[in-house]
Design a protein around this ligand. Structure first.
Ligand code: ZN
Length: 204
């Protein structure tokens, strides 16, 4: 009895907020594949300098050796001999990762992508929604709300910043449920947006 498809590639997505165990789940799946003597390649974007340069490190410090890429297209070449391809922090790889992942799966590989499905504002974090749409298997991990103990789908930013991502600032976030999550206030328009709306209008 086989628990996974045979003679075909496919896509698995492991998504959820910070502190939900996404990376640990990715490591668990990849470790199992390694034990089965499958060729495994693991990638992550350069942006994540959290604890280590070359290893995927979950918050519980389980590690697995990974290759750091600047562009998702590098993965196509680097993973050409792999049977199983893991990608961590997939939300930082941009929309091109969708095409790369499709090509890898079409080439017969098992592809496992882990990443944040929403940002600190609670909004979908591209490209994860695209990957969720094209994947065969989806797991949405939940953390536990630090306020009330409910299942938590949100990554609450607890420092004042308008940056989309605060890389490595683990202490800047905590998991919150739908009730306890407080979205950031709307941002003032940028100078660029202001110049679009304050363009002098032609008089009739
Ligand atoms: Zn809560």
């Amino acid at each position: 009895m086989y628990h996974l498809p045979r003679n075909t590639g496919w896509i698995e997505v492991v998504c959820g907020p910070m502190f939900s165990g996404k990376t640990e789940e990715l490591i668990r799946r990849l470790t199992r594949a390694k034990i089965a003597k499958q060729k495994v390649s693991i990638f992550k974007p350069r942006i994540d300098d959290r604890y280590a340069k070359k290893e995927i490190v979950s918050h519980s410090r389980h590690t697995i050796e990974s290759i750091i890429v600047d562009s998702p297209w590098e993965i196509l070449e680097l993973a050409k001999d792999a049977e199983v391809v893991g990608v961590d922090e997939t939300q930082f790889l941009g929309m091109d990762i969708v095409h790369v992942v499709q090509q890898l799966a079409d080439a017969g590989k098992r592809v496992i992508c882990a990443g944040l499905d929403t940002d600190y504002r609670g909004l979908p974090f591209e490209p994860m929604p695209q990957l969720l749409a094209i994947a065969e298997y989806i797991d949405k991990m939940l953390a536990i709300c630090v306020r009330c103990g409910n299942p938590a789908k949100h990554t609450q930013r607890i420092v004042d910043s308008n940056e989309l991502v605060l890389v490595g600032e683990y202490d800047a976030y905590e998991p919150r449920c739908r009730v306890c999550f407080v979205p950031p206030p709307p941002q003032p328009p940028t100078n660029e947006q202001l110049s679009l709306t304050t363009e002098p209008k032609k008089e009739k």
